[in-house]
Design a protein around this ligand. Structure first.
Ligand code: HSE
Length: 412
């Protein structure tokens, strides 16, 4: 890009779009300006001069003055068409739309190569935490062992309200929506889909793995029962929704999203409200923890601002892990330690390779044990929303590990 201000065509003027407008106004040093804003709703009044707005996408996409399209709308399918057209027209693109990116990654990756234009999306994953650029740049050579993250602000906010403040689930969800943290369809947050879109992006930048989000097992927070909350309290633990990717022997990676117990001495325990956190473990840097706001207008706009700034010095993702010699494969061949709580009337112990703790009462049963992940994926009971599945708290023995079948000769 030249020394002139870069000219932006902005799609969307909702929570984040407006946030970006304000952030740019308060950042005099940035060499960028918004030329035009495309919005959908003609009836809305907006706190910016009407001459900036258009309802016609082509006025941005085919405008030769516009160098960068910043896409901040909420409809993933419409966003995909905007991004695709913009890249094909040789425009750089910045987006925060994780669903769109995760679902169309393969095509968008190739469009970047074909048209030699950058597509940046730091805001799509953990908003203000610069995790994608860290994985791309800082961890470009270091051997990564694992990533674990609280990557969804809404669910962390809801769990905080329930556990710390004693607020009911519907009220906590309503607050997350009112504050602009939740997706328009909040099922994407509470059912764990948003977290798995983000995990699929993290897998790409951490390990070079390109995988459709639906191939990643995910559970949200909707199955967590008051009984589980009580159990957590008795064990001096909290419950967090965690996305994980763990390297296994044989160049394989285990990855899924699920609620997990976290002990008081785990840094995740202290990550509250809409904050996100990511733990990265690698061979040389060892353990690192990143914490920051994961949702909301300004934290998200700050990541977009950082991408805009990066474009002023020709930054683009090189996808170094994708082009490396041996990209690991996603695998379901591992053992995981879980807590399961369920209504009485069924015995699920046969599916477990070890049972550590078990309890039955007229109200609720629970079991803590080790199960092969493949078995968990296949088990009918695990698909039933009445069964709450929560990962055991991490101890010295990792809760996700590879155990060859032969060593698992006995059943409980
Ligand atoms: N709904 C998302 C969240 C927004 O709560 O994390 C930020 O990606």
């Amino acid at each position: 890009m030249s020394k002139e201000n870069i000219k932006i065509g902005l799609f969307g003027f909702g929570c984040v779009g407006k946030g970006l407008w304000n952030v740019l106004e308060q950042t005099p040093g940035i060499r960028a300006e918004i030329l035009k804003i495309c919005v959908k709703d003609r009836a809305k009044t907006r706190p910016v001069d009407a001459s900036y707005f258009t309802f016609n996408a082509d006025e941005l996409l085919y405008n030769e003055e516009v160098q960068v399209i910043v896409e901040l709308i909420d409809d993933a399918e419409a966003a995909y068409h905007i991004v695709r057209t913009a890249l094909s027209n040789g425009k750089a693109v910045i987006t925060a739309n994780k669903k769109m990116l995760a679902e169309h990654f393969e095509e968008l990756y190739h469009l970047q190569q074909k048209h030699r234009v950058p597509l940046l999306y730091e805001a799509a994953c953990c908003a203000s935490i610069p995790v994608i650029r860290n994985l791309e740049e800082y961890y470009d050579n270091d051997l990564l062992h694992s990533i674990a993250g609280i990557v969804n602000g809404s669910t962390n906010f809801i769990l905080t309200r329930i556990f710390r403040d004693g607020v009911s689930y519907p009220e906590a969800l309503e607050q997350a929506q009112a504050l602009g943290f939740a997706e328009t369809d909040p099922r994407l947050d509470v059912e764990g889909f948003d977290a798995r879109y983000k995990l699929s992006l993290l897998l790409t930048h951490a390990f070079g793995i390109r995988v459709a989000p639906k191939a990643i097992f995910s559970l949200g927070i909707t199955r967590i029962s008051p009984y589980d909350a009580q159990f957590a309290g008795e064990k001096d633990c909290g419950i967090k929704l965690i996305a994980r990717a763990v390297k296994l022997p044989g160049n394989r990676v285990a990855a899924f999203v699920a609620p997990a117990f976290v002990r008081r001495d785990d840094p995740f325990y202290h990550v509250h409200d809409e904050y996100n956190a990511v733990k990265i473990q690698s061979s040389f840097a060892d353990r690192q923890l990143f914490v920051g706001k994961g949702a909301g207008a300004f934290p998200t706009a700050s990541a977009v601002l950082s991408d805009i700034s990066a474009l002023t010095y020709q930054y683009k993702y090189e996808y170094k892990k994708i082009v490396q010699a041996s990209v690991p494969e996603l695998s379901n061949d591992f053992v995981v330690d879980v807590f399961v709580s369920y209504n009485p009337g069924r015995d699920i112990t046969a599916d477990f390779i070890r049972v550590e703790e078990q309890f039955s009462s007229a109200a609720r049963n629970y079991l803590v044990g080790s199960i092969r992940f493949e078995r968990l994926l296949a088990a009918e009971w695990a698909k039933d929303p009445a069964y709450s599945i929560i990962l055991k708290a991490d101890t010295e023995i990792p809760v996700i590990r590879y155990e060859p079948q032969a060593e698992l000769a006995f059943h409980y």
